[in-house]
Design a protein around this ligand. Structure first.
Ligand code: ATP
Length: 437
C-alpha cells in the first residue's frame, strides 16, 4: 500500500532526515526545502538513475551543465519574457492570492469561501530577475533560469561541433531551476527553487512523430522500472487548448498523488520553434547540414522534461508501506528501488562490545568501497532493523559473536525480512547479487 496521505511522508522525511523546511531556525522560508543526509542521497540517486537511462546507456545523448544566471536575450528569444506568466487573482475579502487556472471554482475563494470576491486576473511573470554587477542600480539585468532547456538550444552548435553527434541525437541537463510560483504547495511538489532533468532530442523533421511516441514509452517505462506501480501512472495527452502554439503534441506523465493524478513530466513535440527563435534573435545559424543528402535543415525537437524533486516525492509516496507483523506490531517500510535507496547496505554489529567493533568496521570498509553504507551500533538490533526499513535500506548485514569464529555475517532482506548466513569473503558477491548491481 502506498502512502494515502502526504503527511505520512512529510513527517517521516522530517523525522529521519530526508527533507527539512529551509531556514527553520528563523521560522522557515516558505516554499524552500533543504535536503538532509538521507534526502540529498535519495535526490542524487533519482538524478543518477535518470542520467544512467538517458545518457550512460545510450550512444545518442550527451550531457551539459549550463549556467543558471542568464541574460535577457535568452528569455526574449524563448518567449519567457513575454509569455511565461500565470493568471493571478486576489481575493478582496481575505487578501489571499491564487492562480486562476488552478482553482476548482473560479468564482469562489478556496480560503474564505466568499463568492465573486476575486479581482480581475493579472498576468504575473514567474521568472526571478536580478542584477549582475557590483553597484546596485547600474548592473545588467539577469534572470535565474526557470527551466534548464534553453541551455541545450543556445549551445546547440557548440555541442554539435564538439561531440561528433548528428540528428537524431539528444542533449541532456540536470540542475536547478527557479520560478516565482504564485501558490507553491504540496511540500516539494511545487516550490520556487527545484531541480529538473530535461533532454532535447533533435531529429529530422519527418521523424518527429515517431520519436515522440518512442520517448513517451521510454519515459513511462523508466518510472515503472524504478518501482512506481503502473496503476499509479498515467500518460495524459494534452487537449488542443492546452498545447503551446508551437507544439504539435504534448503528453504528461502523471502520478497518483494523494490529491489526485498530477504531472511528473511533460513530453513535448516542440518542432523547430526554439532553434529558429534563438537563430532569429542571436543572428547565428542554428541548423544542421546533412552531408549525405546535401541538405541543410533545422531539426525538430522532442523534449522529455521531468522534475527531480517532484519525482522524488512520487518515489517516496509509492514506496511507503505499513505492514502488520505476526507479533501484532506494525512496521513502516520504504520499499525503494535499490538504485534509489539512500543507503544500499547497513552494517550493524550485534553489540557495541570492543571485541566486535574491528571486524564490523572491516566489513563496513569492504562494502563502502562500492556502495553507500550506513553504520549503526546503538540500540537493540530489532529497533535498528526497523530504522533501516523506514529509510529504505535494502540490506542489513549483522556482525555477531559467531562472526569472530566462522568469518561469516547475516544478511537480512528489507522486503522479505529473510536472513542468510554468508561468509565474509563472499559478501560483496552476495550483496551485488541481491541488489542487482
Ligand atoms: P505545472 O503545470 O505543474 O506548473 P509545468 O507544466 O509548468 O508544471 P514544465 O515547465 O513542463 O512544468 O516543467 C517540467 C517539469 O519540471 C514538471 O513536469 C515538474 O516535474 C517540474 N516542475 C515544474 N515546476 C516546478 C515547481 N515549481 N516545483 C517543482 N517541480 C517543478
Amino acid at each position: 500500500m502506498a502512502a494515502t496521505d502526504l503527511e505520512q511522508i512529510v513527517s517521516l522525511c522530517k523525522r529521519r532526515g530526508f527533507v527539512y523546511q529551509s531556514a527553520e531556525i528563523y521560522g522557515g522560508f516558505r516554499s524552500t526545502y533543504d535536503y538532509g543526509p538521507l534526502g540529498s542521497l535519495l535526490l542524487r540517486n533519482v538524478k543518477d538513475a535518470w542520467l544512467r537511462a538517458m545518457v550512460q546507456q545510450r550512444d545518442d545523448v550527451v550531457l551539459i551543465d549550463a549556467a543558471i544566471l542568464s541574460p535577457p536575450q535568452v528569455w526574449q528569444a524563448s518567449g519567457h519574457l513575454a509569455n511565461f506568466s500565470d493568471p493571478l487573482v486576489d481575493c478582496t475579502s481575505c487578501k489571499q492570492r491564487f492562480r486562476l487556472d488552478k482553482l476548482d471554482d473560479p468564482d469562489t475563494c478556496p480560503n474564505c469561501g466568499e463568492k465573486n470576491s476575486f479581482t480581475e486576473a493579472r498576468e504575473f511573470n514567474l521568472m526571478f530577475k536580478t542584477q549582475a554587477g557590483p553597484v546596485e542600480g547600474t548592473g545588467a539585468d539577469a534572470y535565474l533560469r526557470p527551466e534548464t532547456a534553453q541551455g541545450m538550444f543556445t549551445n546547440f552548435t557548440q555541442v554539435l561541433q564538439t561531440s561528433r553527434k548528428k540528428p537524431p541525437f539528444g542533449i541532456a541537463q540536470v540542475g536547478k531551476s527557479f520560478r516565482n510560483e504564485i501558490t507553491p504547495q504540496n511540500w516539494i511538489f511545487r516550490t520556487r527553487e527545484f531541480e529538473q532533468m530535461e533532454m532535447e532530442f533533435f531529429v529530422p523533421p519527418a521523424e518527429s512523430e515517431q520519436w515522440y511516441e518512442y520517448w513517451c514509452n521510454e519515459r513511462m517505462n523508466w518510472y515503472i522500472e524504478h518501482g512506481i506501480p503502473a496503476d499509479m501512472l498515467m500518460l495524459r495527452p494534452h487537449d488542443d487548448d492546452e498545447l503551446s502554439h508551437y507544439s504539435t503534441g504534448t503528453s504528461d506523465v502523471e502520478f497518483k498523488f494523494p490529491w489526485g493524478f498530477d504531472e511528473l513530466e511533460g513530453i513535448a513535440q516542440r518542432t523547430d520553434f526554439d532553434l529558429k527563435a534563438h537563430a532569429a534573435v542571436s543572428g547565428e545559424k542554428l541548423d544542421y547540414f546533412d552531408p549525405h543528402t546535401n541538405e541543410r535543415y533545422v531539426p525538430y525537437v522532442i523534449e522529455p522534461a521531468a522534475g527531480a524533486t517532484r519525482t522524488m516525492a512520487a518515489f517516496l509516496l509509492a514506496a511507503y508501506d505499513e505492514e502488520e507483523l505476526e507479533n501484532g506490531e506494525t512496521r513502516t517500510v520504504l520499499r525503494l528501488h535499490p538504485r534509489l535507496a539512500p543507503y544500499k547496505v547497513a552494517v550493524l554489529p550485534l553489540s557495541k562490545k570492543e571485541t566486535l567493533t574491528p571486524l564490523a568496521h572491516e566489513v563496513r570498509k569492504l562494502l563502502a568501497d562500492r556502495y553507500m553504507v550506513d553504520y549503526d551500533e546503538t540500540q537493540n538490533i530489532g529497533k535498528r532493523y526497523r530504522r533501516q526499513d523506514e529509510i529504505g535500506t535494502p540490506l542489513a548485514v549483522t556482525v555477531d559473536f559467531d562472526s569472530l569464529d566462522d568469518n561469516a555475517v547475516t544478511v537480512r532482506d528489507r522486503d522479505t525480512m529473510e536472513q542468510v548466513r554468508v561468509p565474509i569473503d563472499q559478501l560483496l558477491a552476495t550483496v551485488s547479487d541481491q541488489l542487482g548491481f
